[in-house]
Ligand binder design. Structure first.
Ligand code: MN
Length: 489
């Protein structure tokens, strides 16, 4: 179905009669003249003057975009967000998409390329259509070409959606490879792309018969960039399995940018191969810096890829060791946690980005404390209503608190017990007095054997066997003591 010509996002919304539309258009002209343009209209019209037309400055770069998942929004933060005049929509992938279009308009790339899973589920199609239509129109007006492949989440829906959105080219439709010459001056760039034909695909995309022929069609002297959605180094995957080695062996491809896994890969190599990551972290499992990638062509065949963090929300898990700190009550723990978060935020450049509106942090409190009641009270308060505060302009929400603190141990006292606790405490005492040294030799031998078989021994230094032994005994003792604590609670 091709509805091109009728579509421009806000004229195509259902339930709007033509008469009302003309009136709406008239009103929006009046409003925009007054400078009161709102919402979507503002987004479409806000194209800087130097884009489009002959004076347009275009960098010799591509903007690569990973998993977007339009339709998702952060869950569990609604109340605390509304306390601060925010809504989950302000931190959603749709908001991330707006940021990325702003980024493209601010520093115009040759093209914007999406690596699949633009839409989260088939159910999200109407919302996604509206959001995509508006934002893609901004890129189209600025003359920025947009390419996309479909992922496993939108294998069925994206082709239909793109058919209705102007200015977006679907690459690799139906599980076949296709090649696209990126227009514009500068280095010749050939994009090759492959789209999911359905919700799953057990074959390696590079095994498809169209791959070799597509590659053979690439222009000599062009930088060939491969883009698809697939599962890297997961044999037997239902999501387009492919090995990194296979990708690296394709010498004529300068870089491979993949969608699927939401953790951004290390793409700093001169021949990058890996995941772009989700544009916006979708939940506490997606910590760290998220955004898009600017891909540049440094002379010969070298590629440089740099992440541009532009997610409106940053998820983080922080472990805070309370050992040795005097924390007489919950307020003291509160203050200590805030100072720790503040210190973390101030050293991370991604946290200074003005597009970041909220940090959502899971705190795990660890360490040994004489009195743990203040920690329990602090956790109870945070469980009752989410704690929030500001670090400079940034809203920080404590998503949850885990109490993994342990009591201070009196080994001498514990070792007197006729119990498993007493036995392990005795071992720990012997370790610290150095009278257990014979056992360390056998631990060392076992570790060394494991290192040879299970991990690349040359890459990692063997841990001290004394250390491993002591920590293991400590852990056993902690487990025994927590069981006792639970029994008496
Ligand atoms: Mn995904």
């Amino acid at each position: 179905m091709d509805l091109r010509g009728k579509q421009s996002g806000w004229t195509s919304r259902p339930g709007v009669s033509p008469g009302r539309l003309v009136f709406a258009q008239f009103m929006s002209c009046v409003l925009s003249a007054c400078g009161f343009v709102s919402g979507m209209l503002r987004d479409i019209l806000k194209v800087p003057e130097h884009h489009g037309g002959s004076g347009r400055i275009v960098s010799d770069q591509l903007l690569l975009v990973g998993d977007l998942h339009l339709g998702r929004r952060p869950v569990g933060l609604d109340d605390v967000l509304s306390d601060h005049g925010l809504s989950p929509n302000d931190l959603s992938p749709a908001a991330g998409l707006r940021n990325l279009v702003d980024e493209a308009l601010g520093n115009v790339p040759r093209a914007v390329v999406f690596a699949g899973d633009l839409v989260d589920q088939d159910d999200d199609v109407f919302e996604a259509y509206d959001v995509l239509a508006v934002q893609m129109e901004r890129l189209r007006i600025a003359g920025i070409p947009v390419y996309a492949v479909a992922g496993n989440h939108d294998g069925l829906i994206l082709p239909r959606l793109i058919d209705r959105v102007r200015g977006v080219t679907l690459m690799g439709a139906g599980g076949t490879w296709s090649r696209h010459e990126v227009e514009g001056d500068g280095r010749p760039i050939d994009l090759i792309g492959w789209s999911f034909p359905a919700r799953s695909c057990r074959d390696c995309p590079l095994d498809h018969p169209t791959f070799e022929s597509t590659l053979a069609d690439c222009r000599s002297g062009a930088s060939t960039i491969g883009v698809f959605h697939g599962d890297l180094d997961v044999v037997e995957s239902r999501y387009a399995p492919v090995s990194r080695k296979r990708l690296l062996d394709e010498q004529s491809v300068a870089a491979w940018f993949l969608g699927h896994v939401h953790v951004p890969g290390t793409l700093t190599d001169s021949r990058p191969v890996g995941y772009l990551g989700s544009v916006v972290g979708l939940d506490i499992g997606e910590t760290g810096s998220h955004g898009v990638w600017r891909v540049g062509f440094d002379g010969g065949s070298d590629i440089s890829a740099m992440q541009i963090p532009l997610a409106p929300i940053r998820w983080e898990m922080l472990e805070i060791d309370l050992t040795g700190h005097v924390l007489p009550d919950a307020d003291a723990v509160h203050e200590f946690v805030i100072s720790h978060v503040r210190a973390f935020m101030s050293v991370d450049p991604g946290c200074q980005d003005e597009r970041l509106r909220c940090g959502a942090i899971r705190i795990t409190l660890t360490g040994r404390l004489d009195d743990r009641e203040s920690v329990r009270e602090f956790k109870k308060r945070c469980d009752a209503s989410k704690m929030s505060f500001h670090v400079d302009q940034l809203l920080v929400i404590i998503e949850s608190v885990r109490d993994s603190t342990m009591p201070l141990l009196d080994l001498r006292e514990l070792s007197r017990e006729q119990s498993p606790v007493g036995h392990v405490a005795g071992i720990l005492q012997q370790i610290s007095s150095g009278s257990f040294d014979d056992s360390f030799e056998s631990v060392r031998q076992k570790l060394s054997a494991m290192a040879q078989s299970d991990w690349n021994a040359g890459d990692h230094e063997l841990p001290e066997s004394h250390d491993v032994f002591e920590r293991a005994a400590q852990r056993v003792l902690d487990v025994l003591l927590s069981q006792r604590e639970e029994d008496t609670a």
